[in-house]
Design a protein around this ligand. Structure first.
Ligand SMILES: Nc1nc2c(ncn2[C@@H]2O[C@H](COP(=O)(O)OP(=O)(O)O)[C@@H](O)[C@H]2O)c(=O)[nH]1
Ligand SMILES: [Mg+2]
Length: 220
């Protein structure tokens, strides 16, 4: 089987303050590695991972990681454009990173218009909880997630806890969004790509068909 074969490609971005662990999460998910002193990202880094969202339906996930611009809150419009999903990450030991989540959320929503981005809120470095380092309570995080209308998960790139689950939750949300029409394929937008492009209304029709017959390939 050709492991690089895919029916859909989703472009996913990582959002959150500098040092919350965005690059570490990507490294853990795509390479199952954790480095205590991870290099500061230089240039826009991107990572790839493949996931089967249902039998016979392979998705290529293309993750974009900021190159430290988030340190200066100067992430450019081109970073947000063409993305369909985002992990909103804060560090449970860093109150300011939690306080900034709504700003990250609102900024991306504004910048991707007229497109839609689906989110998962991530409370990161959950390994620090056992060490008594937590400053953001789970209750406050759940409350914020409810206000934003997004799911919440606590994860750790260090131990690997719930990392795969968080990325898969986001991927499945996007896939469900495609099936339900909440996310629309559009020409000139690369948030979601189909292996065989054709007219958007036909793609839509094939997606509906697809949802009732998982064996049917996208756009075929
Ligand atoms: N305790 C703990 N530290 C982490 C975890 N993930 C990342 N770090 C540390 O947090 C720092 C910043 O990580 P990095 O991935 O560069 O954050 P970024 O700036 O958001 O990309 C590094 O020193 C990492 O080793 C984690 O799950 N637990
Ligand atoms: Mg980074």
């Amino acid at each position: 089987m050709d492991l690089t074969f895919w029916q859909y490609q989703f472009r996913i971005i990582m959002l959150g303050d500098s040092t919350v662990g965005k690059s570490s999460l990507l490294k853990r998910y795509t390479e199952d590695l954790f480095l205590e002193s991870i290099n500061q990202t230089v240039g826009v880094d991107f990572y790839v991972h493949f996931l089967e969202v249902e039998p016979g339906v392979r998705v290529k996930l293309q993750f974009w990681d900021t190159a430290g611009q988030e340190r200066f809150r100067s992430v450019t419009r081109s970073y947000y454009r063409n993305s369909v999903g985002a992990l909103l990450v804060f560090d449970i030991t860093n109150q300011a990173s939690f306080n900034h989540i709504k700003e990250w959320h609102d900024e991306v929503c504004e910048r991707v218009q007229p497109h839609k981005v689906l989110f998962v809120l991530v409370g990161h470095k959950s390994d620090q909880d056992a060490k008594g380092e937590r400053v953001v309570s789970r209750e406050d995080a759940v409350k914020l997630a409810g206000q934003l209308g997004v799911p919440y998960m606590e994860v750790s790139a260090k131990t690997g806890q719930h990392v795969r689950e968080a990325f898969e939750l986001l991927t499945r949300r996007v896939y469900q969004g495609l099936l339900s029409g909440e996310v629309e394929l559009q020409e000139g937008w690369d948030g979601v790509k189909c292996a065989t492009p054709q007219a958007p209304h036909l793609q839509r029709a094939s997606l509906i068909q697809h949802s009732t017959d998982p064996k049917k390939k996208c756009c075929s």
